[in-house]
Design a protein around this ligand. Structure first.
Ligand code: XUL
Ligand code: CO
Length: 442
């Protein structure tokens, strides 16, 4: 069998923070126990198939740049798909990553008819099952690509043509069954082209109802086939459409509530989608946790000055620490994990660059886990928040929240109260505290 990554022997070892070996982890020590669980079990890393193995570096201005021999082969499409899959599993094995994720069209070529595509998928799911058996790795999630083919130009479930809805439903049905067969822990629905570019030709009310019906059918089918994983929506505010319906976590929550899908569907938060929606990653996690819909994370970051989806590997320990702190406060991942929906930069053309990107991303998140768990274990931050709201547990607070006090009662009370004593919010002190936790990671 061809070896696609001959310069890396793998598995990538943990060598500690003093190591200068670029092909070693300096922070991700899979077996190290942090707050009662191994790093492997806390972080639940997954590599994505699409950007890492199906993408050759092409962008809207130019052709592919990356050295990807497994996708330049023009031969038989199934043989080419098998070759790509062996490159992917060689990479998973050498990196030493516990999970992977895919779209149906990443692993199996689209055929001339729906039936032909279904047959191709079946062959490639068998192939994947064989690789997974050998390697003993898991599938974090599967999904369907219902946005690339021209038939989906006006969306999949939100299409004005019910024929397109029906085709997409068939495709998602097969992708969900494939995910189930491979033991997937989640099934993801990112909005794709579910959104609009112009209100002049869009009926918002109908499109929302269609989207809800689609999602309900997915939940119904999940139960029918006995899939025990979590169904996840992936919020994103724009791109490819001007306005995506699953704009952010709060919008998804309202949608799930309106259509009676709370308890059935949670969210997969992508770090850069949070940035694009004008929120911090930590904000999106916190909203999901407090709404009971936190599921999983796509760990790729963007760039503050470039307003599109850059899918960079996560490099900011501070941003990731604040997000990871919210995840840990919510009890951590159950079926979710950190998935690298990440792209190399277009000039990172060597195959080995795929290792450097993932090693850096995994180390960033491992450091963030260490800082965030120290912050939580110490309790210094939670103590300050508890003290800040402490008066709500007193007579006045419980009276208001318990519904015993009226607006008029509070007017009368205010009449004989002295001016209120204000307290410092101490934001800078808290930010310094976070900086200290990050500095002290060991
Ligand atoms: C698109 C995106 C997708 C989803 C899966 O922005 O993030 O890769 O994660 O369809
Ligand atoms: Co994503």
């Amino acid at each position: 069998m061809t070896e696609f990554f001959p310069t890396v022997s793998g598995p990538i070892p943990y060598e500690g923070p003093d190591s200068d070996n670029p092909l070693a982890f300096r922070w991700y020590d899979a077996d190290r126990v942090v707050a009662g669980k191994t790093m492997r079990d806390h972080l639940r890393f997954a590599v994505c198939y699409w950007h890492s193995f199906s993408w050759d570096g092409a962008d809207i201005f130019g052709a592919g740049t990356l050295d990807r021999p497994w996708i330049t082969d023009p031969g038989d499409p199934i043989e080419a798909a098998k070759q790509k899959m062996s490159a992917a599993f060689e990479f998973f094995e050498k990196l030493g990553v516990p999970f992977w994720s895919f779209h149906d069209r990443d692993i199996a070529p689209e055929g001339a008819t729906f039936a032909e595509s279904a047959a191709n998928l079946e062959v490639m799911v068998d192939e994947a099952a064989g690789h997974m058996e050998r390697l003993g790795n898991g599938l974090l999630w599967g999904t369907a690509n219902v946005f690339s083919n021209p038939r989906y130009q006006a969306g999949a479930s939100t299409n004005p043509d019910p024929e397109v809805f029906a085709y997409a439903a068939g495709q998602v049905c097969l992708a969900l069954e494939a995910t189930h067969r491979l033991g997937g822990e989640n099934y993801v629905l990112w909005g794709g082209r579910e959104g609009y570019d112009s209100l002049l030709h869009t009926d918002l009310a109908r499109e929302q109802d269609q989207l809800a019906r689609f999602l309900t059918m997915v939940v119904e089918h999940k139960k029918k086939i006995g899939f025990e994983g979590t169904i996840l929506l992936e919020p994103k505010p724009c791109e490819p459409t001007k306005h995506q319906y699953d704009f952010d976590v709060a919008t998804c929550f309202a949608f799930l509530q309106k259509y009676d899908l709370l308890g059935e569907v949670r969210v997969n938060i992508e770090v850069n989608h949070a940035t694009l929606s004008g929120h911090d990653f930590a904000h999106e996690v916190a909203v999901a946790v407090q709404s009971g819909i936190f599921g999983s994370v796509d760990a790729n970051q963007g760039d503050d000055r470039l307003g599109w989806d850059l899918d960079r590997f996560p490099m900011s320990v501070e941003d990731m620490t604040l997000g990871t702190y919210e995840i840990l406060k919510g009890g951590g991942f159950d079926t979710g994990g950190f998935m690298f929906d990440t792209k190399l930069r277009r000039q990172s053309i060597d195959r080995e660059d795929l290792f450097h990107g993932h090693i850096g991303g995994m180390d960033t998140l491992a450091r963030s886990l260490l800082a965030a768990s120290a912050m939580l274990e110490d309790g210094a931050l939670t103590d300050i928040v508890d003290a800040r709201y402490g008066d709500w547990d007193g007579e006045l607070g419980t009276g208001i929240l318990g519904g015993k006090t009226s607006l008029g009662d509070l007017r009368d009370r205010a009449m004989d109260q002295p001016e209120i004593t204000r307290r410092s919010g101490q934001q800078e002190r808290l930010e310094n505290l976070v900086a200290r936790y990050i500095e002290r990671i060991a």
